[in-house]
Write a protein that binds this ligand. Structure first.
Ligand SMILES: *Cc1c(COP(=O)(O)O)cnc(C)c1O
Length: 366
């Protein structure tokens, strides 16, 4: 075990749950680690570095400009702030008090998600007042349009597996409503994989996490037009100051963006099918390979747990496994299902997972 992990008594975890902040986000590639080391050894003019990293984000996302952030959560707060205060110094410095400026941020009720914190709170942090419209499972373009008034600053669309997928207004309709009323649209696409797709929809500001699909250090980015991104950058003289991004993170983000997409694509589906077959004979466990609920190109092995035959329910099995250092994707555990996500899982860790799971269920109930 690496020495500091040992000294701190916090051993490395085996992550079969996906890109989870709770498990430290991404494991970084050697190139990204080296870039962060390079950054750490030198001083640099930070404003110039932020400009240069913004150009890299623009290239990666197919937009005019980019603004680095500490994550998608701060990206949402900064995007909201930028649409309330713009580049006006007094307004920037007054936030999160919006003064008399329009500050309502309208979002579909099914998009009012909790990703580790409530998205509503990120809106409020940027000086916005969240206005949820419609019902948890039914929101139409008319709900959005009906809520627009003189106090409206933005529409927020959350593209995420956390959001309700059925019955929601589409992004295209959201953008159409925004256009018609001259209200900008922010898209929180934190964990999305296709970085060029979401800005190309016509959204005004798109927010990504750098530590999820991109596989970089804990970081994030906002992209959009030069004028809108200048207003985002201006917030670093205000509410974004406690969210400032260090030079090491900036270098790591750039290298991760440059490396992103060069890794061999696919393969995971066949790998997950093999894993499903390996686990299929365990007592009380049924396996199959399932696609991603938010439509990303991810295939996972799903385990359905029959509590009577497996000796415990899915949630208990997940927590027993976690106590051995193996973490499954467990947000569907109440429905009896657990998922294995191939992306963060090394092949040797996969073997370890199979051994631990087999020992638990073949060992019977606790
Ligand atoms: C993960 C997530 C965030 C937060 O991203 P960070 O990069 O961890 O700040 C925000 N919104 C959604 C929808 C997310 O899934």
């Amino acid at each position: 075990m690496p020495t500091l992990h040992h000294d701190l008594g916090v051993p490395p975890a085996i992550n079969a749950s996906g890109r989870m902040t709770a498990l430290g986000g991404s494991v970084l590639g050697d190139g990204v680690i080296a870039a962060m080391g390079d950054a750490a050894r030198h001083h640099v003019v930070m404003d110039d570095l932020l400009d240069a990293v913004g150009r890299e984000i623009a290239r990666a996302t197919g937009t005019e400009a980019g603004c680095p952030t500490t994550g998608a959560a701060s990206g949402v707060a900064i995007a909201v702030a930028s649409l309330i205060a713009g580049t006006d110094v007094s307004r920037v410095e007054a936030l999160p008090d919006p003064g008399g400026a329009p500050c309502e941020v309208i979002l579909p009720r099914g998009h009012s998600v909790y990703f580790g914190a409530p998205i509503r709170q990120m809106i409020a942090l940027g000086g916005g007042r969240p206005v949820e419209v419609g019902s948890a499972n039914k929101v139409t373009a008319d709900h959005l349009a009906g809520a627009i008034g003189p106090r409206t600053a933005a529409l927020l669309y959350v593209q995420s597996h956390h959001a309700v997928q059925k019955g929601m207004v589409s992004l295209a309709e959201t953008i159409e409503v925004g256009r018609r009323h001259d209200i900008p649209v922010i898209v929180d696409a934190a964990a999305e994989e296709d970085l060029k797709h979401w800005p190309a929809t016509g959204a005004d500001l798109v927010v990504y996490s750098g530590g999820k699909a991109v596989g970089g250090p804990a970081s994030g980015m906002i992209c959009g037009s030069a004028a809108r991104i200048a207003a985002c950058r201006a917030q670093y003289g205000g509410i974004a100051r406690p969210m400032k991004v260090g030079k090491e993170t900036l270098f790591g983000l750039v290298q991760a963006l440059r490396d992103y997409g060069t890794a061999e694509p696919g393969g995971h589906r066949a790998r997950m099918e093999k894993l499903a077959a390996r686990l299929a004979d365990l007592p009380g466990i049924t396996t199959r390979v399932v696609g991603d609920e938010a439509g990303r190109a991810i295939h996972r092995t799903e385990l359905t747990v029959d509590p009577a035959a497996a000796g415990r329910d899915a949630a208990t099995l997940a927590s027993e496994l976690a106590s051995t250092g193996v973490h499954l994707r467990d947000h569907l555990a109440v429905t009896g299902r657990l998922l294995i996500d191939p992306r963060p899982l090394r092949p040797d860790e996969e073997d370890h997972l199979v051994d631990r799971l087999t020992a638990l269920v073949e060992g019977g109930a606790r």
